[in-house]
Design a protein around this ligand. Sequence first.
Ligand code: SF4
Length: 259
Amino acid sequence: MTVYEAIKQQSGCIVVLTGSRMRGTHRPDSDHDYLCIFDDDKFPHRTRISFGSNNYSITAASKFQSRLNQNDLHAIEIYLSRPELRERFRCEISPTKIEQKRKSINAFTNSKANAIDRIGKDSQKTRSYIEQTNQLCERILKLVQCGELPMQQDDDGNDDEPHHKPLPPIHVRAANYTTAQDRHTAAGRPLASQATIDERLSICVTCPEYNVEKSACSKCGCNINASRNAWKNKLAMANERCPMNPPKWEAEVSSENSV
Ligand code: SF4
């Protein structure tokens, strides 16, 4: 029996194909990314396990619902991909929030820091991520327009500009960077999958702590981008988590005091 079959047999568990294979944008050698949603009493924590090229993100139903409530783009995309998710979860859209997310993501790709990235080999990935996210936002807004997705009652139309919070002083950033790299090395330098990086990125670029100009988190000062290079992107470290309390995204593998 495969791991996929074993997880699917758990009662109440929904297993959904995500990432590039869900979108149909995968290459022959792309990983298979799955989201496994368990009832809260069966699996209250979020974690991730990998077997070869199969990655399983395991989450509790309430955590998935809370991502939908926050209009997390990846959660909405997954929700739209499977009828049983639409029966089990609620998804009300704030068009203002979706527009704001689109604006932040475009500001991210136009920022100075990412102009440097665009020269490198990750540029294509970043560009296609932006394109896909824009298309997803358009699709969600169309579904709201035609009544396929309900609109949030309290959508106040307050369309703020992306944030530019200052980063910590350089010595604090350097110390945080070194500590994060040490933790990553101690954990065996585990890398997050591209699907996880994209998911984390979509949360960061719409977070008030995200500094668009520097493409960095103003909480810890770490770089935030779409690259799989863990030396220049916090999101690529599978053992790291968002420094907020509670974190906006979690570590995929555990390490001591991840921040
Ligand atoms: S790491 Fe957390 S606090 Fe920092 S920008 Fe991302 S979501 Fe916001």
